[in-house]
Structure formats: C-alpha cells, structure tokens
Design a protein. Structure first.
Lengths: 282, 388
C-alpha cells in the first residue's frame, strides 16, 4: 500500500469516526460527567461530588435490582439459546433449498416489521385474563378461573424471548453456514456418532455466533424498561430504576446507575470474549 | 458369489444405486470388488458419481438400493462410525479449532484409549508422515501439503480397514502433487492397507492404481489395470478419457485375417482386428496412439499414410508433440523424441505426411456403457481428452 493510499484510507474513515464521536462517545462522556455532578431541581448543578455513587453503593436496593435484572436477562439469554440454536441449525443444515431458507428467515423477521407497542400489546389477547390461553384452559377444564399469566417474571421473559430470539438465531446461523460440512463427515468416519460429531466439531465452531447472539440479547434485555414496566408486574429492573430517576429529574443518579450498568456489561463481555474468538465469524 | 473367498475382498459393492439429489450425482447399479491391500482408483469426469460412490462406501450417504460388504460384513445400513473406513477429503477437512495433536488424537479419544497410549500412537504416526515437530501447530498455520499429511495421519491412526481418498491432491500445486503421489505409493506399500482413491486426473490414475475403474454418469465403463485400460480400452469413452488417442469414425470395409480395413470420410486405413467381432459395414472408431504416429518421414513406407496440415509442435523435454489437422478437420497428434524439435521446420498449414503401422492401430465398436452417447461429440467434441 502506497503512502497516498494509506492517507486516502485515513481520510475515508473520517466521516464515520465523526458520527461515532458525535453520537456515541460524546453523549457517553457527558453521562459519565453528569454522574459526578450534584442533583438539583433543574436536573444537575455542575459541581463535582461522589455522592451519586456513594448513594448507589450504599443502598441495598442497587445490588438487588442489579441481581434481578441480570438474572432475568440471563434466563432470557439461555432460553433464547435453547430455542434459537435448533432453529438456526435447522435453517443452516436441514432446509436445503435457498428459497425455503429465505422464506423461513422472512417469517422470523416479519414480527420486527411491526410496531413495538402493537407487538407487545398483542400479548394481552393471548395471555390476558380473557385471553386465548386462559379461555382454552378453562374450556378444557384444566383450570376453574383465569390464571394471571401476564404481569409476572415469566410473562416478561416470554415477551423478551419473542422479541429477541431472532438476535440469537441470526449470528448462530451465520456461524453455522461458515462451517465446512466435511469436518463433520470427517469426524463421522473417524468413529464419532452424529451427536459426538456435533459436540466436538459443530458446536465449538459455532461458539462465536453463540457469543455474539448472547451479547445482543443481553444488551437488549438488560437496558429495557418499557417491557418490564408494562408486563413485569412491579419488578424493579435497572432500566426501570434509571428511567424513574431520570423522569424525577434525578439526572446525576440516573447517569451513575447507567455508568454502573455499562461497567457491569463491559466486564461480562470481557470475560466471555477472553474465551471465545469471535474473529472467526468474519 | 459363494465360491469367492470373503477374505480376499476388502470391499464388495453389489448393484449400488443412489438417485440424483441436489448437489450430488447419481450412481446406477454399480457392482465391483476391491481386493485386500489393493490400490484401487476410481476415475471419471465431474458428474460421473465418483464422490457419491465414495460417500456411500463411507456411510455418509445412504444408497437407494444395493449392498456394500466390507471384509465380509454387510455394512449397507451401518452409520459411518461403525464401518471402520476412513475418508480423506479434497479440502483436508481438518478441525480448525484443534491443533495437529488434537486432530490426530480425535479418533483415538473416541476409542477411549488411555492418554499415554494416545501420545505414543500420535507420535508414531507423525513420524510416519514426517511431521514430528508440528504437534502444536493449528491447521491455519500449515501449508496445503502439511495439512494433507495431517489428514492422512488422522485417518491412518484409527487403523481403518479401508482408506478412502476423495481427490486428495486436487488442491495442491503440481510439484507437490507429484511428491505426494510418491509418498502415497510408498505409504501404501509399507502399510499393505486397501486404498480406494477417487480422481479425475489420468496421470494420477495411471501412476497410482493397481486397478482403475472408469466411471461415467453413474455407470462403470471399464475396470482393469492401468496398462490394460491404456492399451486395450473397451470403448471410445475409455479411450478418450484415459488415453491420448487419435480417433476417427469409419466403417469396416474389409476383413483380412488379423487385419481390418476401415473407410473414414477422407481415407481408408488398416488396423489389427484385435478381439472385436467385426463384419463389413460395421460402424467403428479407428484409433491409433500418438507415440506410434511418425511425421515427415515420407520415404519410410507405412501401411497407413495421410496428408495433413501442420498446426504446431509442443516441446515437452523428453518428447515433442506435433499437432496436425486431418482432412476432416480433426486434430491428430504425433509424439516424437524430444530432440527432434530442432528438425521441425514446417510452417503452420504446410502439408506434411504422417504414417503408422497397421498393428499399432485398433478399432473400437462400443461407444460407451451409457446408452445413447453421441459418438461424434465424444470424439470431436471439446473436453475429456486431447484430440478434437
């Protein structure tokens, strides 16, 4: 590469760097800054104080909320993986014709073309007191009265799953189609059963997709506040805590909580990426 | 079938059929035997079903009909891991997330072998393929030849009854191919293992195989030793595919003891009748090997002489190939000693005389085992062989 070409490449990435800087790094830096400011009725006073963090760490609620959020997110990630991996696998290996593959992918994407609120509210006629599931259960004589299926941890997880399972399926699918199928064939002729071949060849090679998918689902659920607010049945999550503080003009505290969440998330990602090389995906 | 000693056959294939599916060619009623310790080459153009056949033997594809017997045991319905055959792939198919040691130890771990024993076995096999110092390397850090050796070691270490190769050298450069051919031949002799080797490369088929099977569109054209097939092809397809023959269509006009006269569109030639049962007016293909054709030696009288237009001469070191155009437009090749390139001074389109003896030519009556094969396009069409 000549000097000029190098220079050219640097020039070419300037616009995107600017976008990232202005819309990504600057606001983030601002949040970090505000998290050290003093709270006031106008939002904040630019006076440095560690009190937002000491309040956060001093409260027993913080750890509890963080734990609840991480627990619910983790359950969602695991369920999305359990549900999404077989779908991605089937799509990658069992659906032979490209037309059918496109069709299945399209069916998975269509829910995303719907508005968030409509997609979420459509759970009412399904899981609500007079919803499809409850009526069916009563008609079948399984239950005598309506079960409260909505407004609980499980309904929250179910809705998260429905919303984000595609974020798990897609990277796993991409990782699977990149695997050379003769590797599995080789394992088979070397004495591996189809299950052993899957465990020793396909699964490890698809791990980068699993990691990327898990991070997607984790990020999406951990910071969500609308779904827990609508369907959580009073659960406190980090997203809700931040939103509540922000709406009561406790901006510095909200910012401090947000910074804490980012740090927790970065630590988690770092741990995972130390063990799996996602470069293999590209 | 009962009279045969089962110990003699490493592999028996009976009436094996696999219908066409997306991405894989069909095979249709194949029957053949491979002897224990044999180097058996399956050769055919793309789409002939060689890989399909190999995958059926390995158990990676289930046939629609027929039977596969390995060392006397029917394995038709057994999964690949219960067949005791190992397949070596064109793209090596090493496990990219494992290093050389782990790749080779893979099959041994599945056999629940002890750690020390695995270590010993892997070291031994690495020594055999000459990669002792590379245990810790990952496939992406290795050259194509090294990867192929690892693949071979990985398959050998599980001690299969039959080792299958699916165009294992196709992804290597020419020099490395020749070197690996030698190594494979030595390995085969040293181990006394049955090798079944798929290729579309005629040089490899001739130099490696104890016997060669020519496959075309899912059916067997001919099975025999390389020299047998090279010297006595049973039909035009085999002749075109394995050898470098000068071919021309014609009709038998006269039978004269061991000799037969064939009238082509531009001249009459004589050939030895060989084993073919011929009658006058039989449509045949007249064939003569390029190394038996002399060029520009008009004074030496040969039974068969023809005037042809000189096209070009290709110097190949020990030999020189002269291409000439016959009156019907087809290209004939004459192979002469390499040093004669200095005497060759014809200019393109200059008329030269070529000649050959009757006993060096033969006629083929059969066209192909595939019914309805168009002989004209087989002889004069592009692809497959050298003549046009």
């Amino acid at each position: 590469m000549s000097r000029f070409e190098k220079f050219q490449n640097h020039v070419l990435i300037i616009p995107s760097m600017l976008v990232v800087a202005v819309f990504g790094i600057l606001p983030l830096a601002f949040i970090v800054l505000v998290s050290f400011y003093q709270a006031s009725f106008e939002g904040f006073i630019p006076v440095f104080t560690p009190s937002n963090y000491s309040a956060l760490f001093g409260s027993a609620l913080t750890a509890k909320v963080l734990y609840t959020t991480l627990r619910l997110s983790a359950i969602t990630v695991v369920l999305a993986l359990v549900l999404g991996y077989p779908i991605a696998y089937t799509l990658a290996y069992k659906v032979r014709s490209p037309r059918k593959q496109t069709f299945v992918l399209l069916m998975l994407i269509i829910p995303f073309l719907m508005d968030y609120s409509i997609r979420t509210l459509s759970w009412y006629p399904i899981l609500g007191a007079k919803g499809f599931v409850n009526i069916f259960l009563q008609q079948a004589g399984v239950t005598s009265g309506p079960l409260s299926l909505l407004f609980s941890e499980s309904s929250l997880i179910a809705i998260w799953l429905q919303t984000y399972v595609l974020f798990m399926i897609t990277p796993i699918y991409l990782a699977l189609v990149k695997i050379d199928p003769s590797g599995v064939d080789a394992a088979r002729t070397l004495g591996a059963s189809s299950w052993q071949a899957f465990l020793s060849v396909t699964l490890p090679l698809s791990l980068p997709g699993v990691v990327v998918g898990s991070i997607y689902v984790l990020v999406s659920t951990i910071s969500d506040y609308a779904t827990p607010e609508l369907f959580g049945g009073g659960i406190q999550t980090v997203g809700l805590e931040i939103a509540q503080r922000a709406s009561s003009f406790l901006w510095p505290e909200a910012a401090a909580f947000a910074v804490l969440l980012i740090l927790v998330f970065l630590a988690l990602s770092y741990l995972v990426l130390r063990f799996v090389d996602i470069q293999q995906l590209f | 079938m009962l009279s045969r000693e089962p110990e003699d056959s490493a592999l028996e294939v009976h009436e094996l059929s696999k219908r066409y599916e997306a991405g894989q060619s069909a095979v249709d009623g194949l029957s053949f035997n491979v002897k224990v310790g044999e180097f058996f080459v399956i050769m055919g153009p793309s789409g002939s079903g060689k890989t399909t056949l190999l995958k059926c033997i390995a158990g990676l594809l289930l046939p629609d009909g027929g039977k596969i017997v390995i060392h006397g045991g029917d394995v038709t319905d057994l999964p690949p891991n219960k067949r005791n055959v190992s397949l070596i792939f064109q793209d090596f198919a090493l496990f990219p997330h494992m290093n050389v040691f782990e790749n080779i130890a893979f099959g041994l771990k599945l056999k629940k072998m002890g750690k020390d024993e695995i270590r010993k076995e892997v070291a031994e096999i690495l020594k055999l393929v000459g990669l002792s110092h590379m245990e810790k390397r990952f496939p992406r850090q290795m050259s194509g030849g090294e990867k192929q050796r690892v693949a071979i070691a990985r398959s050998l270490v599980v001690k299969p009854k039959i080792l299958l190769f699916d165009e294992p050298l196709a992804n290597l450069d020419y020099r490395l191919q020749r070197k690996m051919e030698e190594e494979l031949k030595i390995l085969h002799q040293r181990l006394g293992l049955t090798f079944i080797y798929v290729t579309h490369n005629q040089e490899q088929a001739i130099s490696l195989g104890d016997r060669v099977m020519i496959l075309n569109r899912g059916v067997i054209e001919q099975i025999g030793s390389p020299t047998e097939i090279y010297m006595h092809p049973v039909n035009v397809f085999t002749a075109r595919f394995l050898g470098e023959l000068n071919l021309v269509r014609g009709e038998v006009t006269r039978l004269d003891g061991p000799k037969v006269e064939v009238k082509t569109s531009f001249a009459s030639f004589t050939a030895s009748a060989g084993g073919e049962r011929l009658e006058p007016n039989t449509e045949v293909t007249y064939a003569v090997r390029p190394e038996k054709v002399s060029i520009g030696e008009g004074e030496q009288k040969k039974e068969n002489m023809a005037k042809a237009k000189f096209v070009s001469a290709i110097y190949r070191g020990t030999e020189t190939e002269c291409l000439v155009e016959m009156p019907n437009g087809s290209i004939f090749k004459a192979i002469v000693p390499g040093e004669r390139i200095r005497e060759i001074s014809w200019s393109p389109s200059e008329v030269v005389t070529i000649g050959w003896r009757a006993e060096d030519a033969f006629v083929l009556r059969e066209v192909s085992a595939v019914a309805g094969t168009d002989v004209e396009s087989l002889i004069y069409g592009q692809g497959g062989g050298e003549t046009r």
